[in-house]
Ligand binder design. Structure first.
Ligand SMILES: Cc1cc2nc3c(=O)[nH]c(=O)nc-3n(C[C@H](O)[C@H](O)[C@H](O)COP(=O)(O)OP(=O)(O)OC[C@H]3O[C@@H](n4cnc5c(N)ncnc54)[C@H](O)[C@@H]3O)c2cc1C
Length: 437
């Protein structure tokens, strides 16, 4: 006998689990399937889990800031204690340096429009809080192996920074995602792991369900592709990949860890920092270390991956050096270890680095994909918006393509036009075309 559910969610990362949780709370009988052995084992596991509001679009800022209020009260969102432990939100604050690499004036306008709390810091204020920082401008970003003047001091100083007190990171993205699984199970959601989806069924332009690797067919009138870097493959199974104007593909990204200079407790006094001058972002890490990620500067080659099941998960000498040496310009006393610590994971990048939270041309088939390295923080809000979209299309005859869902953010009361995340949008001109969204 084929099994039947109201909705099948393909992928148990942070976004997939938040959608499952929200649908289950609306009374949907859901089944989440993942080819891996547990929740958050995919690209979510490699997330830096940073929660910050600086995005290049109004919608990006509004949704990210909304998420902050959920992370801050994580137990209230989950409503139930996970026996594996609850992930912790660490509110370290965020510093967006005023550099030529970021359109910080635009971000500031969005902060004002959304109501994000921030302070406008001059260089002295930065230096007071970050005595280890060199405040010279280093724009444009270069690669250390191509630039013989890489470490030369520049003349100009930074203008300042935007400091947002309401920002931080989740201690453990995998555990966070497991917390949501437990919350979803508590309201009736089902989960099946070690189960790869190999086919998506359709009949008369309506999705029918899926077949998994052991040959079992599972039926449902709603199927949601939340497969992260595998999203293009699941779209191919459903036959919708060539219908969408915006496409997705996996991009390999490296994250480096370095010790903080001993004289400064970066773990407890450091911020999440966006440094557009150096094309890097930083955040505190346990053991008084600093996590160094990349903001995709133009001079760095992009490492597109054809097969998301087969890529190099280790850092490479060239890219690790590029990210860490850039960090060493900002923190001249940075101890550079002989042994390179870090890892590589995949982003699921859309053509304009803005996610696709949408229905598709196949009735009942939805996508929450193209999260482009910056949507962990938006998981809970994306879950709410997707559940609202699905419910309105399936049960209230919403024609989302012609009259997009207007989604009211519960905390700020701001209404988001969900059409902003359409699969058929033109490339978003105001996007940063980087991990900054
Ligand atoms: C290095 C790195 C750093 C990041 N840092 C941040 C950050 O600081 N802040 C932030 O907000 N965001 C960050 N992100 C982005 C964020 O982590 C992602 O946007 C988010 O985790 C995506 O979650 P997801 O649920 O969509 O996908 P995933 O976590 O990738 O989950 C998809 C799941 O689908 C499963 N799957 C795929 N194909 C199939 C199939 N055929 N059958 C069954 N299961 C399948 C996979 O096994 C996987 O578990 C970062 C990402 C990376 C890679």
């Amino acid at each position: 006998m084929p099994k039947k559910y109201d909705a099948i969610i393909i992928g148990c990362g942070i976004i997939g689990n938040c959608i499952a949780y929200e649908l289950a709370q609306k009374g949907y009988k859901t089944l989440s399937v993942d080819k891996q052995g547990g929740s958050g084992f995919g690209s979510t596991a490699g997330s830096c889990a940073i929660v910050r509001a600086h995005y290049s679009t109004f919608d990006g800022v509004a949704i990210a800031y909304e998420g902050f209020f959920i992370w801050k009260n994580w137990g209230d969102y989950c409503k139930v204690e996970d026996s594996a432990g609850m992930a912790k939100y660490r509110n370290c604050g965020s510093l967006m340096l005023k550099t030529k690499g970021h359109d910080w004036r635009k971000v500031k306008r969005h902060f004002d429009a959304v109501g994000v709390r921030y302070e406008d810091w001059d260089p002295d204020q930065i230096q007071q809080k970050m005595p280890l920082f060199d405040l010279h401008q280093y724009w444009p970003v270069t690669r250390p192996e191509d630039d013989e003047h890489f470490f030369d001091k520049r003349r100009e100083l930074l203008e300042g920074a935007l400091y947002s007190p309401g920002a931080g990171y989740m201690s453990d993205p995998k555990l966070t995602t497991h917390n949501v699984q437990v919350a979803a199970e508590h309201v009736g959601a089902g989960f099946r792991f070690n189960t790869r989806v190999v086919d998506v069924h359709r009949k008369n332009n309506r999705v029918q369900g899926i077949t998994v690797s052991d040959g079992t067919r599972i039926d449902a009138p709603v199927v949601i592709n939340v497969a992260g870097p595998h999203s293009f493959m699941v779209n191919q199974m459903a036959g919708v990949d060539d219908k969408n104007n915006i496409k997705t593909k996996p991009l390999r990204h490296e994250v480096a860890f370095v010790p903080s200079p001993q004289e400064f407790d970066f773990e407890h006094n450091g911020f999440q920092i966006g440094d557009g001058d150096n094309g890097i972002y930083l955040r505190p890490e346990v053991g008084n270390s600093i996590l160094v990620g990349s903001e995709d500067p133009d001079c760095d080659p992009r490492d597109w991956v054809a097969d998301p099941d087969n890529f190099n998960r280790n850092v490479t000498d060239r890219q690790w050096n590029a990210q860490v040496f850039r960090c060493a310009r900002r923190i001249p006393n940075l101890p550079i270890p002989g042994q390179k610590r870090g890892f590589a994971e995949l982003y699921d990048v859309s053509d304009d680095w803005i996610p696709i939270y949408d229905k598709s041309d196949l009735d009942g088939f939805y996508t929450a994909i193209g999260t482009s390295g910056n949507q962990f923080k938006n998981g809970p809000v994306a879950g709410m918006m997707m559940a609202e979209l699905i419910d309105n299309v399936e049960n209230h005859n919403l024609d989302h393509d012609s009259h997009p869902l207007q989604f009211k953010l519960p905390n700020s009361g701001i209404t988001i036009n969900a059409g902003f995340y359409s699969r058929n949008r033109e490339l978003t001109p105001e996007s940063s075309y980087s991990v900054n969204g």
